[in-house]
Every structure is written in structure tokens, then in C-alpha cells.
Design a protein around this ligand. Structure first.
Ligand SMILES: *Cc1c(COP(=O)(O)O)cnc(C)c1O
Length: 429
């Protein structure tokens, strides 16, 4: 019965649904999921999978968490949605208060949207209009090579050029890409920035980990130095914590590893514990004040139908309660510790290159002759092999990574490590 159910869902899906980042012609069978609980997803045939990629890096506390479900349910029966222009509500006020409490102390205002890309769009518009409102025209933006900030046009513009953005290249705005900082290149980067600073509205970056590019990591000390220099030059900083926020780096935010502060920050993904779509852009009062005026033209004319949706706010509040409780904090430390033990062993394997870790994020390159690329065929084979073993891993080309929900137990994590070692041995042979 179950196989029939599964096949039925697959056929119906194929007839109507177009999936993200998927070549529909050559895609492997798409798996209908009927239930999620903790770190497990259950397919229509009753097979369970360990979701160690947190369903595209969003799930923090496991699937269908009862505490979040309860809060959303209560909110749904109280106030499900209200226009956020001219109106407000307790969950949005409380969420802003709670979030700002945890951020660098210069972050003082919260602007709501509904996903990571829109959080980035809002940040970019704030910076460009910040200059405009002061009668300045700043048309360039600075970003890192290999960056990923989302899939809308503005977010694509500030993302590294790749075959993902190729068809749209001529329509993207002007962005200057620089290397991520290290001990050797800092002076060089500073010189490049000096040249551009007068025409540049802002610098946007993923702090510590460039996720979508393949979990590329760089040092907090080097970023702190670069941030300090940019601020001295008067360049606005947008810190995109859409991925790194809410515990992924071992601390609550990547900001907690840094000694300098950004002007603007972006959040999404783990914000609601991965239950509801929501984006947040926070900023300093310096930015906010540049939009205060009797002149209506200086208003930030941006908004989405579901701005500060009360259900998403309730989910975020519930998720942040869970995140801050001691059990979760202990789990984050434990996962970080387990990863750092495993990485020692992993680094010795002949198929492994660049084993690396930032907090709960573990990644390595599977050594192939072809170089690291999203099209790397090995990724597809490894994906299938792990699926067979009941583990959802979604290699980025030949980069294999783990971004588990924090509720994963020590034993479950050991099980994943054991399977990685076995698969590596199998592919070596
Ligand atoms: C995923 C991601 C985004 C885009 O978020 P969406 O919700 O997928 O639009 C932006 N920035 C970073 C760093 C991301 O990892």
C-alpha cells in the first residue's frame, strides 16, 4: 500500500510541481515526506531519514517541535495576520525586543520581511537610500568573491557570479568583489577598498562561513580587522547572518566572535526554528535616523503583504526560548566538541581535503580529480549513498557538510560520523 501511495504522490507531484535548484528532466526520484519528528523525516513508504542538513539549514530544534507548534496554534486562534502599516501587535514588539537584546548594542531597529533574500534586499535599499537621503549618489557595492546572499535580483547581484546567475548577468547591478581576508592579504584588501570608498554604498558579507559556496570558512580576527578598517573609512557594513545566526557557529551569532560591529544585520532560516518563513533586517539608529524627515521622499518605501506576520513572530519567539534554554546551549557545545574530535580522524583519510569546522558546521572536500564544482558528479552519488543509509546529506559539488539540528544526540551524531567513514572507504576502493 505504501509503495503505491509513494508512487502516486510522485506522479501527482511531477504533473504539477517545479522544484527549486532542480533540473526536472534528469532529477532523481523526488521523495514524498509525510511526517517529521525531531531529527527524522518519514517518507510515504515508512522509511525514516536523519535530517542532518536541517532541511536547507533552517531547522534548529528538530521537526514538528511541540513547543513551537503550541505557540503557533495559540497565535492562530488569536490573531493570524494584520497589516503592519498603521498597526502593530505584541508578538512583533516582543520579538524585536528579545532579538535586539542579543545583538551587538548598536542594533536598535527591526524591519520585517519574509525570507533571507528579502532581508538582504531591504538591507541594500537601506544603504543606497541612506546615501540618497543625504544628497549623495553611491552606486557601487562591495562583496566577497563566492558570496551567496539569495536569489532575488538585488541578492543575486551581490552574490558571486556563477552559472546560477549567468542568464541574468547583464541585468545585475555593479558590485566589486574582493577576496575573503587572511593574515597575508589584509593590506591589499584595504588598498582596494580605499580606492572605491567614495562611490560605494556598503559592504555586504557572510561572516565566518560562506555557506552556499561550499562552507568556505575564514577567521573572525581577520574579519574584525577588515570591519574596523571599513568603519574608519565610513563604509556601511551589512552582516548577512541568514545562515550563521541562532547558534550555528557555536555562539548565538557570528557577531559574538567579532570585535567590531556591523551597521545592518540580516536574519532568516533559523529565526523561526525553521518552521515559518520570516526575514529580519536590523539596523543602527544612525541608519534609521537618516530616513526621519518631514520630506515624504525620504521614507523607506518597502513592505511585503506578510510583513511581521504574527504566526511567524510567535514561532520565532518560541524558537528563541528553546534556543536560550540550558539544554540547547549544552547541546550546541557538545556538537561543537564532537565535531572537533571527529575532524581529527577525518583529516587523515586519503579522500578528504580541507576538513574544517565553525561551531556546529562541519565540512570537507571529497578529493576528486575534477576540482570543486557544483556540477561535480560525485556529489550526486554521495547523496544517493547517504540516502540509502537513511541520512540526508546534500553535498555542494564535492563538498560534504553537516549542519544538524541541535537536538541530535551524541549517539545519532556518532552514527552519522560512522557512516561518513564507511562511505569514504567505499568510494576510495
Ligand atoms: C540562504 C541564504 C540567503 C537567502 O535566504 P532565502 O530565505 O533562501 O531567500 C541569504 N543569505 C545567506 C547567507 C543564505 O545562506
Amino acid at each position: 500500500m505504501n509503495t503505491i501511495m509513494s508512487t502516486g504522490l510522485q506522479q501527482r507531484d511531477k504533473a504539477v510541481n517545479w522544484h527549486p535548484y532542480t533540473q526536472m528532466k534528469t532529477a532523481d526520484d523526488i521523495i514524498p515526506v509525510i511526517k517529521g519528528k525531531g531529527i527524522y523525516l518519514y517518507d510515504a513508504e515508512g522509511k525514516k531519514y536523519m535530517d542532518v542538513v536541517s532541511s536547507w539549514w533552517v531547522t534548529l530544534h528538530g521537526h514538528s517541535h511541540p513547543h513551537i507548534a503550541q505557540r503557533v496554534f495559540e497565535q492562530l486562534n488569536t490573531l493570524e495576520q494584520v497589516i503592519f502599516a498603521g498597526f502593530t501587535h505584541e508578538p512583533a514588539i516582543q520579538l524585536s525586543e528579545n532579538l535586539l537584546e542579543l545583538l551587538p548594542d548598536n542594533q536598535e531597529k527591526v524591519f520585517y520581511s519574509d525570507n533571507g533574500s528579502t532581508a538582504v534586499e531591504v538591507a541594500l535599499k537601506m544603504c543606497i537610500q541612506y546615501a540618497h537621503n543625504q544628497g549623495k549618489k553611491k552606486t557601487k557595492i562591495l562583496a566577497f568573491k563566492n558570496a551567496y546572499h539569495g536569489d532575488t535580483f538585488g541578492a543575486m547581484s551581490v552574490s558571486g557570479k556563477s552559472f546560477w546567475t549567468k542568464p541574468f548577468e547583464s541585468m545585475l547591478f555593479e558590485v566589486v568583489f574582493i577576496d575573503t581576508p587572511n593574515a597575508e592579504n589584509l593590506e591589499n584588501l584595504q588598498n582596494q577598498i580605499k580606492e572605491l570608498v567614495d562611490e560605494t554604498a556598503c559592504f555586504i558579507y557572510e561572516p565566518l562561513v560562506q555557506g552556499a559556496a561550499g562552507m568556505l570558512m575564514y577567521k573572525p580576527e581577520d574579519l574584525s580587522q577588515l570591519m574596523k578598517f571599513c568603519r574608519e573609512q565610513g563604509l556601511l557594513l551589512i552582516q548577512d547572518e541568514v545562515f550563521t545566526g541562532f547558534g550555528r557557529t557555536g555562539k548565538l551569532f557570528a557577531a559574538d566572535h567579532l570585535t567590531d560591529q556591523p551597521d545592518i544585520m540580516c536574519f532568516s532560516k533559523g529565526l523561526t526554528g525553521g518552521t515559518m518563513p520570516m526575514g529580519i533586517t536590523t539596523c543602527s539608529n544612525e541608519i534609521y535616523d537618516a530616513f526621519l524627515s518631514d520630506d515624504k521622499h525620504k521614507t523607506l518605501f518597502h513592505g511585503h503583504s506578510f510583513t511581521a506576520n504574527p504566526l511567524a513572530c510567535a514561532a520565532a519567539l518560541a524558537s528563541m526560548e528553546l534556543l536560550l534554554n540550558e539544554e540547547t546551549q549544552v547541546n550546541i557545545k557538545r556538537i561543537t566538541q564532537q565535531h572537533s574530535e571527529f575532524i581529527k580522524e577525518l583529516g587523515l583519510h586519503p579522500c578528504v581535503e580541507n576538513a574544517r569546522q565553525t561551531g556546529t558546521i562541519l565540512a570537507f572536500d571529497f578529493k576528486t580529480g575534477q576540482g570543486t564544482s557544483y556540477f561535480n558528479e560525485i556529489g550526486k552519488k554521495l547523496y544517493q549513498e547517504f540516502l540509502q543509509r537513511g541520512i540526508i546529506m546534500r553535498p555542494l559539488g564535492n563538498v560534504i557538510y553537516l549542519v544538524p539540528p541541535y537536538c541530535i544526540t551524541a549517539e545519532e551524531l556518532e552514527f552519522v560520523y560512522r557512516n561518513i567513514s564507511e562511505v569514504l572507504d567505499q568510494f576510495k576502493a
